[in-house]
Structure formats: C-alpha cells, structure tokens
Design a protein around this ligand. Structure first.
Ligand code: NAD
Ligand code: DAU
Length: 337
C-alpha cells in the first residue's frame, strides 16, 4: 500500500487526480490535505468521499504541527503537492498569500517529508516559471527560469527549493511543469470556464488586450496521468515538462465557445490587458514521452466539447460559486475595467 499525501486535492487538478487514482487503483491510500480556500470544493470529490482508501483533512500546508501529525498518524511515504494559490490575476491584486502558500507552505511540506524520509515528493509546477516566448520556440526543461508574475515567481521559488532539497539532502524529489489545463471542475475565474459561464448567462466575454496571447492547452486527465507516471517512475532530481502541443490564441478559444453555444461574437468585450501579460507559452514534452513513454490521449476538439457539455450539465456546481461573494468581488476588480 502506498500512503500518499495529496495537498490541494479539493481544487481543479487535485480533485480530478484523486478521483482518477481511486477509480482505477486499490494500492494507494490518499490523505487529502486542503485548506478549502475559495478554490477548494468538496463537491468535486463526491465520487471519492466514501471510499475506504480516502481521507479528507481540512487544513493549511503551512501548519507545521498538523502536517507532522498527518505524516506520523498515516505513515506518509509519498507526497504530491498540488496545493497553491493558482490564479495570475489574483496574484496581481495581492501577492502575499501566494508567497505564503506556494513558498512557505511548500517549505513546510519539504522539511517534514525530509524528516520522515519519504520515498517520493512530487512538486506540481507550471510552465509559467519559464516566462514568455516569442512567436517561435518551445519551453524545454533546460529553458532558464524567468517568471514574470507574482504567481509564477512563487512557483519558481518552490521549484528551486524542491531541487535544493534534492541536491542538499538527496531527497527523492521530482517536478512536473505543465501547460494550461482545461476540463470539468475548473474554478470559473480561469479563461475557459469563465467564458463558457458568461456565454450561458448572456454576459460579455472579457478578452484581455488584443486576444492574441497564446496558451498551450491540455486536458486535465492527460496532465494527471503524466503526474502519476512522474510520481512513480520519474528520475529523482529531474524536471518533466507536460503538454499536449495544442497552442491556441485566446480569441480562438473564445470564438469556439461562442460558436458551440450558438451565440454571437458581439458578446466579446476587449478589455484592458493583464499587467505583465505573458505573450505565448508552448511546451516541448519530448523528455517525458521518450523517457517515461507518456503521451496525451485526449484530442482537443473532442475534449473541449466534453468540457463545455460538462458545464452545461452541472449548472448547480457553478451557480453556487458565481453566486458567492468571491466572484462578485472579482468581477468588480477586473472584468468591468
Ligand atoms: P486550484 O486553485 O483549482 O486549487 C488549489 C487548491 O489548493 C484548492 O483546493 C485550495 O483550497 C488549496 N489550497 C490553497 N492554499 C492552500 C493551503 N495553504 N493549504 C492547503 N490547501 C490549499 O488550482 P489548480 O488549477 O487545481 O492547480 C493545482 C496545481 O497545479 C497548482 O500547484 C498549480 O500551480 C498547478 N498548475 C495548474 C495549471 C492549470 O492550468 N490550472 C497548470 C499547471 C500547473
Ligand atoms: O500555464 C499554466 C498556468 O495556466 C497555470 O500555472 C495557472 O495556475 C493557470 O491559472 C493558467 O494561467 P493563465 O494565466 O495562462 O490562465 P488564465 O485562465 O487566467 O488565462 C488564460 C489566458 O486567457 C491568458 O492569456 C489571459 C487570458 N484571459 C483570462 C481571463 C481569466 C482573458 O483574456 N480574459 C479573462 O477573463
């Protein structure tokens, strides 16, 4: 049995990861430690919550005593750290919580994992640590780190820390850096769910700047299968890029959503650009493909339609969120400028 601590497992990617693992494996016992910030939602884990090999604990990864208690009580030997403040726009509004959770929180986990001699520590990172690309080229694992936002700088700091723990203490650390995810259960502050929900609610679609920024999209299950592989088979001390080679301009995504939902492009509203907006991301994932035999399984064309369909069928899930005070605040700060 693998006793695995998953942090941030009530968020978008973490909950999809837990549901995926518990659906198909019975050799993993998962303790999910999540603070349930605005982005954490236990409804995401409905299919897992009653499983014997699953336990949820509400708490902060910065809480030394709690983290130590969990390692002791549940004999944790594996850690996957998904927990983070994850939204770039929010990091521009206020960065402190990003450094607290993403840097200090990761430090608490690494220090505890070191003392308890874990067998594996997977730090879930992001392609945003590499900064921004021009019109050509892709990020490889040897692209220099050059983060531009408070969010990405906090993730880059955590990456450097995790690698330092490998070099200094020979801790069995591995890292993944993935591109933009989409799929069910994504909090509607991010581009794709926000645009789907605004379209369904006949609200304007706020496109930043000229709409020509490029993101490289991957279906969340493809990311999670890659993370599972790196967790168990990745070489310690190594970084693995994850991406599905599906570059899209933001405006193309927005138009695709409008077309799918039968709405007019008049709903598009070009708004002031995000400060420091990275122009283009593109991931070279040949290392994980060649060394670990991973490849993306989901075609963008099908998976984006399934994602739109999921939001159509799960109105209750997102209505509860957008009726909450958080998004009201968010909309006031950003969408109407
Ligand atoms: P999310 O915002 O949907 O979820 C984050 C989760 O972490 C939430 O459940 C939240 O409650 C929890 N959390 C936040 N602070 C915490 C704390 N101090 N202690 C315990 N739990 C805390 O994020 P996501 O999109 O699922 O991203 C998960 C991870 O993947 C992050 O590390 C992010 O940097 C990384 N990532 C995301 C993407 C993407 O496209 N979304 C791409 C690459 C990497
Ligand atoms: O690349 C991986 C990263 O992808 C992750 O590390 C982050 O956690 C995740 O949030 C995501 O970051 P982005 O900033 O790329 O995602 P976001 O969905 O916020 O924005 C995608 C693009 O769409 C970006 O160019 C900004 C633009 N955008 C976004 C929103 C929310 C708009 O034009 N309008 C919007 O309302």
């Amino acid at each position: 049995m693998k006793n695995l601590l998953v942090t941030g497992g009530a968020g978008f990617i973490g909950s999809n990861f837990i549901n995926h693992i518990l659906d198909k494996r019975d050799d993993v016992f998962i303790v999910n430690l999540d603070k349930l910030t605005y982005a954490g939602n236990l409804e995401n884990l409905k299919s897992s919550e009653n499983k014997k090999k699953y336990l949820f604990i509400k708490g902060d990864i910065q809480n030394h005593e709690l983290v130590e208690y969990i390692f002791t009580k549940y004999k944790i030997k594996h850690v996957i750290n998904f927990a983070a403040e994850s939204h770039v726009d929010r990091s521009i509004l206020g960065s402190e919580v990003f450094y607290r959770t993403n840097v200090i929180g990761t430090n608490v986990l690494l220090e505890t994992a070191r003392r308890f001699e874990v067998e594996r520590f997977l730090q879930i990172s992001t392609d945003e640590v590499y900064g921004s690309l021009g019109e050509t080229g892709k990020f490889t694992e040897s692209t220099p780190i050059s983060p531009n936002s408070p969010y990405s700088s906090s993730k880059a700091a955590a990456d450097m820390m995790a690698l330092a723990f490998y070099h200094t203490y020979q801790m069995p650390v591995v890292l993944t850096r993935c591109s933009n995810n989409y799929g069910p259960l994504q909090f509607p502050e991010k581009l794709i769910p926000l645009m789907i929900i605004n379209t369904l609610n006949n609200k304007k679609l706020p496109v930043y700047g000229d709409g020509l920024n490029v993101r490289d999209w991957i279906y969340v299950i493809d990311h999670n299968k890659a993370a599972e592989l790196v967790w168990e088979k990745g070489k310690v001390g190594e970084v693995y890029n994850i991406g599905a080679s599906r570059e899209m301009k933001n405006i193309e995504i927005v138009k695709l959503i409008l077309k799918t939902l039968g709405k007019s492009e008049d709903m598009i509203n070009y708004v002031k650009d995000r400060p420091g907006h990275d122009r283009r991301y593109a991931i070279d994932s040949s290392k994980i493909q060649n060394e670990l035999g991973w490849k993306p399984e989901f075609e963008f064309e099908t998976a984006i339609q399934n994602t739109i369909q999921w939001y159509l069928e799960n109105k209750n899930w997102w209505e509860r969120i957008i009726n909450g005070s958080y998004l009201e605040y968010y909309n006031l700060q950003y969408k109407n400028r």
